[in-house]
Design a protein around this ligand. Structure first.
Ligand code: KIV
Ligand code: ZN
Length: 524
């Protein structure tokens, strides 16, 4: 097949790894309920394969794969393993309840990985890979094999590995550009080479998994599709190790918008792209950059006079995608205190939130307070409110009831907090600090006593204007190890018209996450 020859009418399988590679972003740790929430939305939008975690890596990952396997019945649920028996056994156990289980196993194929990471030879690595596939086949029919760092490997060796693992029973062969090193032309040539030189390639699906170290993950993935790959590995908002992975929304919209070029089908409900982007951003506390393609807040904003004039005359002069097609809510519908429960529920559904009655009522009460201070509540305010009601997604252990701060250029910043503890008892305490935020954090620490270090703090205005809601995002590093969990960084966010209160909420969010993770781990 030459570069321009594309198999017509082919279907692209979307393999989402937000819950595995995406969750490897520092501080993005999600709890089991949050992962399930994301998995439900991925399933409802037509994602075919969900990589739910790396079961042997931590009890939390194991439980997440197990729960998602039990509850998400229409998708293939995949668990990652190294090419080791104990990893494969853990994945098989976690996937036991899945309607369509898949084990992804594999190891490095570049010389740098083989010699320095695996400390073996090419032949030794090939043998390990084949044995891993054979072992995984004893548990599940569907086995995906990843050839780590394929982007920097010798293609001739890669072909041999692929032929051997397909013979051993691999149903999908994953070609990762693990380090994001290749250019689109090189990566496309690599996939074309595989299609031509691996004799049994027709017995497996070729998958592409590209990282974004040079900002080329989307371009490389698409080059893979142009050259025969039929599964794309993506994450929502492109989150993932280091600079991240190819993003779900970019790949889907490129394939759909340029159907004339790619000539493939991708069965995703594109109207869910914006809602899932918001959900993942909120749950991981990883903001989406404003100029991010498809889902950034400026993706459909036209600011120059010439562009605005063009858009008013004919939308397609400057827009290749209709924002409604990707689920960006209709900004003409304005929410105010008069919108009532019905109006609010409608907008929340549009944004992709399915809240139970209790969760909805909490959001409604917060919404009324914001609407009282601002005349109109914008979508971004609303998203902040939902994100703030952390309890919707997990049970808070400590609840911040009240914060009082005194500060100024002639006073010692002092904070008093009132916190409800796990047994319902209310504790009040106060402390002073170098600034108001420091004072609040110290006062909270006096009540909760969970040693940690604040490693990141950022603040932004969610909407324009002096009455804007401020949003604080933080990351904390637990001092004590969180039993068996590999992650010790926890993120949190909080929003309020008062930025010190927002800071306190963000800190409580991160602390509650840390405590919940420790508690979950102790239950194992
Ligand atoms: O980037 C990579 O190589 C991976 C594999 C584990 C699939 O994430
Ligand atoms: Zn990866």
């Amino acid at each position: 097949m030459d570069e321009t020859e594309v198999r017509t009418g082919d279907r692209i399988i979307v393999f989402d790894t937000t819950l595995r590679d995406g969750e490897q972003s520092p501080g993005a740790a999600l709890n089991v309920d949050e992962k399930l929430e994301i998995a439900r939305m991925l399933a409802s939008m037509g994602v075919e394969v969900i990589e739910a975690g790396f079961p042997i890596s931590s009890p939390g990952d194991f439980r997440a794969v197990q729960r998602i396997s039990q509850e998400i019945r229409d998708c293939t649920v995949c668990g990652l393993t190294r090419a080791r028996r104990e990893d494969i056994e853990a994945a098989a156990e976690a996937l036991k309840g899945a309607a369509h289980p898949r084990i992804q196993t594999g190891l490095g194929v570049s010389d740098v990985h083989i010699h320095h990471k695996l400390r073996t030879t090419r032949e030794g690595a090939l043998k390990m890979g084949v044995e891993a596939v054979q072992y995984a086949k004893q548990y599940v029919e569907d086995v995906q094999y990843y050839t780590e760092d394929a982007g920097r490997a010798d293609p001739e060796y890669l072909y041999r590995v692929l032929e051997a693992v397909i013979n051993a029973g691999a149903t999908v062969i994953n070609i990762p550009d693990t380090t994001g090193y290749t250019s689109p032309e090189e990566f496309g040539t690599l996939i074309r080479g595989i299609m031509h030189n691996v004799p049994n390639v027709d017995k497996a699906i070729v998958s592409v998994h590209c990282h974004n170290d040079l900002g080329l993950a989307t371009a490389n993935t698409l080059a893979g599709v142009r050259n025969g790959a039929r599964q794309v590995e993506v994450t929502v908002n492109g989150i993932g190790e280091r600079a991240g992975n190819a993003s779900l929304e970019e790949i889907v919209m490129a394939l759909k918008t340029r159907q004339d070029l790619f000539n493939v089908d991708v069965g995703i409900d594109t109207q869910r792209l914006y809602p899932i982007s918001r959900l993942v951003s909120h749950l991981t506390s990883i903001p989406v950059q404003p100029n991010k393609a498809i889902v950034g807040s400026n993706a459909f904003a036209h600011s120059s006079g010439i562009h605005q004039d063009g858009i008013l005359k004919e939308r397609t002069t400057y827009e290749i995608i209709n924002p409604r097609d990707v689920g960006v809510p209709d900004s003409e519908i304005i929410l105010s205190a008069r919108s009532g429960r019905h109006g609010l529920r409608h907008r929340l559904t549009e944004l992709g939130y399915t809240l139970d009655d209790q969760g909805f009522e909490k959001v409604y009460q917060r919404f009324l307070k914001v609407a009282d201070k601002k005349k109109t509540v914008e979508t971004r305010d609303l998203e902040a409110i939902v994100a703030d009601e952390a309890e919707i997604f997990f049970q808070e252990t400590y609840h911040l009831e009240h914060v009082q701060i005194s500060c100024g250029d002639h006073s010692i910043p002092t904070a008093t907090v009132r916190i409800e503890g796990p047994d319902g008892q209310i504790v009040c305490d106060a402390d002073h600090g170098t600034g108001p935020v420091d004072a609040v954090y110290r006062a909270i620490n006096r009540v909760i006593g969970e040693p940690n270090e604040l490693i990141e703090f950022s603040i932004e205005a969610i909407t324009e204007g002096i009455d804007a809601v401020g949003r604080v995002t933080i990351r904390i590093q637990a001092e004590a190890p969180v039993n068996g969990e590999t992650r010790t960084v926890f993120s949190g966010h909080g929003s309020d018209n008062d930025i010190v209160v927002a800071s306190a909420k963000a800190y409580m969010f991160a602390l509650n996450r840390l405590i919940a993770t420790r508690r979950e781990a102790q239950q194992d």
